[in-house]
Design a protein around this ligand. Structure first.
Ligand code: MN
Length: 264
């Protein structure tokens, strides 16, 4: 009887991984909620200037830690539930889905594979972020809202890892480059990509969106402050305490931002 039960459980989990994205949404309320939130997050990121025609956000499958959901190759502001694809941790599309995927899906597979504590990853090219990677200036928390930046965001240098030629198209277009970016991120939540953009991660979609938006605001404020004089950054202690407080309240901006992108 016990063996029968084990076999049945195995059969059920095999069935779950074989189910298409639409079937999983119909069968599993957690998957449905995650995908619907992912669609709203795409629209918010565009509305908040964290992405433009380019950029993307992923979420780990709540019913399978070894897969994640990400839109097909399409502008974030027009993503719908029907555009969501499922990938494995090597960035391979599942269910025989042959639609064109983002070339940089390896940003998501690399970080989600190496960081089991993160469930959502965002990538974009927001202009205020760029000067830091270009000059090697550390992006550090100037206020409580971006305290998750801790002691400063690392900068990923693709020339140090691209093989065999350090000159590339700058894209994270392979499993190896996704892993290298994840190594640069280390145990932090935000990484700058020199001459390209950023990647942000969190344990939830809402927190990942919060971090992307406020890291970009921090970049603008820090840039202005640096023109005026010596900048007082949050100390590592202030950053840790402030992060604890502020990240309990992320439902508030999420409500504001999601109201703004509601379709009539
Ligand atoms: Mn990119």
């Amino acid at each position: 009887m016990k063996q029968c039960l084990i076999f049945f459980t195995f059969f059920l989990s095999a069935l779950a991984s074989a189910a298409s994205v639409q079937e999983q949404m119909a069968q599993n309320p957690a998957v449905k909620a995650a995908i619907e939130e992912l669609v709203i997050a795409n629209h918010i990121l565009y509305d908040q200037n964290a992405v433009d025609g380019y950029g993307h956000i992923s979420v780990r499958n709540p019913s399978n830690p070894n897969t994640f959901f990400l839109a097909r190759s399409i502008a974030p502001s027009v993503v719908t539930v029907d555009d969501i694809m499922e990938f494995d941790m090597d960035g391979k599309a599942l269910h025989g889905d042959t639609r064109v995927a983002y070339g940089e899906r390896y940003i998501h597979s690399g970080i989600l594979k190496n960081r089991p504590d993160l469930n959502s990853v965002i990538h974009g090219h927001a202009p205020p972020i760029l000067p830091y990677g270009l000059t090697g200036t550390t992006l550090k928390p100037v206020y409580h809202m971006s305290s998750f930046l801790g002691e400063g965001a690392p900068i990923f240098e693709i020339r140090n890892v691209a093989k065999p030629n350090p000159d590339t198209d700058m894209f994270i277009s392979s499993v190896d480059l996704g892993n290298a970016l994840s190594q640069s991120l280390g145990l932090q939540y935000f990484v700058l990509m020199r001459g390209h953009g950023y990647a942000a991660g969190a344990d939830s979609i809402r927190k990942a969106v919060f971090r992307a938006v406020y890291a970009i605001q921090n970049a603008s404020i820090q840039g202005e402050a640096m023109k005026m004089g010596q900048v007082q950054y949050l100390t590592p202690g202030e950053a840790a305490i402030a992060q604890e407080t502020i990240e309990k309240t992320i439902g508030r901006p999420w409500q504001l931002w999601s109201e703004r992108v509601k379709k009539p």
